[in-house]
Write a protein that binds this ligand. Structure first.
Ligand SMILES: NC(=O)c1ccc[n+]([C@@H]2O[C@H](COP(=O)([O-])OP(=O)(O)OC[C@H]3O[C@@H](n4cnc5c(N)ncnc54)[C@H](O)[C@@H]3O)[C@@H](O)[C@H]2O)c1
Length: 362
């Protein structure tokens, strides 16, 4: 597959991004702007301050709506008005720690919000073909603390509320697909499960990178909870282009309809939290950290890897940045932010750089 097919496909398509003001959503919005799509965004709020979405200053160049996905009626009305060609559903209560503080909000947003979207699509009578990608998480898997990479067919359902709500969204998706979408010609739908992503513009609380950036800004020592935890670190652009490949693929062929896909880095070496920090220190010598066991109240998984062979095989998707490139791009982005450079420019340049690399591969 050539990347130029994807560029051609997305040009002038109506793309609805649900959760467009969040960390991933704001990057996806910029990627699709560069691919010349017509963008519609639905979100409840801008979740952080500062925020990548606000810094981009793109609110007026897209259709930007504030709707709670738990409100079935309002969500339905807006989707009927928009008549999208492609939907990316990223809206979520996305933080594990917050899911312990507010489990009800986590469950209703992540499960009921997703069911609302599925049900609206089920009842849609449009003749036009729609492809929809529902973003869940690697945390949807039952984490058995094994070193293997979890496959799409592995057991779902972890104990903590965030992972459990994402696993439930996956189960709801499969039920809707088997019971309704399978027979519907106009809706092509799949789920995407990616691991922890990093990149410029994340200010969420209790994520390692934003915590590090806040510590640098305040000239403080970063307290880390799990220094030896490994995560399938990847740059935010990697799974986002995976979602883009998937949406394209759903439109073009039927075999991926109703399927789930993992998007994780190739399983060569796992990097620990401390290794991530050491790599960052190469670009910013002011970084300091210490291990703090007093805040280990949340039972987060220690080990979680994804096996993404299905995405490599069926979608021809691959990670194209190595760990060092990932950290360098992220560090450069925050450097631009600290120096008050034009962030829209920085983000655009990083996406353009990434697309150039993609074009060399495809
Ligand atoms: N960031 C990661 O490392 C990561 C890893 C795995 C999976 N994910 C998943 O990817 C998706 C995006 O993650 P993110 O990091 O950008 O999240 P984020 O918290 O930065 O953004 C969440 C988005 O969802 C919207 N939202 C939240 N509740 C809503 C509601 N009730 N109605 C409408 N909109 C609502 C917010 O306004 C925001 O636009 C989420 O589904 C998340 O679970 C993220």
């Amino acid at each position: 597959m050539k990347f130029s097919y994807i560029e051609k496909f997305f040009k002038n398509k109506k793309v609805l991004i649900i959760g467009h003001t969040g960390f991933k959503g704001s990057w996806l919005t910029m990627c699709l702007k560069i691919l010349n799509s017509k963008i519609y965004g639905i979100s409840i709020d801008i979740p952080t301050k500062p925020s990548h979405f606000s810094l981009l200053g793109i609110r007026n160049s897209i259709k930007d709506y504030r709707i709670d996905i738990r409100n079935y009626k309002k969500l339905k009305k807006k989707i009927l008005d928009i008549k999208p060609d492609i939907i990316f559903h990223l809206a979520a209560q996305s933080l594990v720690k917050e899911s312990f503080i507010n489990p009800h909000k986590t469950w209703t947003t992540n499960l009921i919000g997703t069911i609302n979207l599925l049900d609206i699509l089920k009842n849609l009578n449009s003749k036009k073909k729609i492809s929809a990608v529902i973003i869940t998480s690697d945390k949807c898997y039952k984490n058995l603390n094994l070193s293997k990479g979890y496959k799409e067919t592995d057991l779902l359902g972890d104990d903590e509320p965030y992972g459990a709500s994402k696993a439930s969204a996956e189960i709801a998706f499969t039920s809707y697909f088997q019971s309704f979408f399978k027979k519907k010609k106009n809706i092509k739908i799949a789920t995407a499960r990616a691991g922890n992503v990093i990149g410029g513009g994340d200010w969420s609380s209790n994520r390692i990178l934003p915590d590090l950036v806040r510590a640098i800004k305040l000239k403080k020592i970063l307290k880390i909870r799990y220094p030896n935890s490994t995560r399938p670190w990847q740059h935010v652009l990697e799974p986002l282009f995976g979602y883009i490949f998937l949406a394209y693929n759903l439109h073009k062929q039927n075999k991926n309809n109703g399927q789930s896909f993992n998007f994780g880095p190739k399983f060569i070496k796992n990097y620990k939290v401390v290794e991530l920090l050491k790599e960052f220190k190469k670009y910013n010598n002011n970084i300091q950290w210490k291990v703090d066991n007093s805040t280990n109240t949340v039972n987060e998984a220690g080990l979680l890897n994804l096996n993404s062979d299905k995405s490599y095989r069926r979608l021809k998707w691959k990670n194209i940045l190595n760990f060092q490139d990932t950290i360098k791009m992220t560090s450069n982005w925050y450097e631009s932010y600290f120096k008050n450079y034009d962030i829209k420019n920085t983000t655009e340049n990083q996406i353009t750089f990434y697309i150039k690399k993609l074009k060399k591969k495809y």
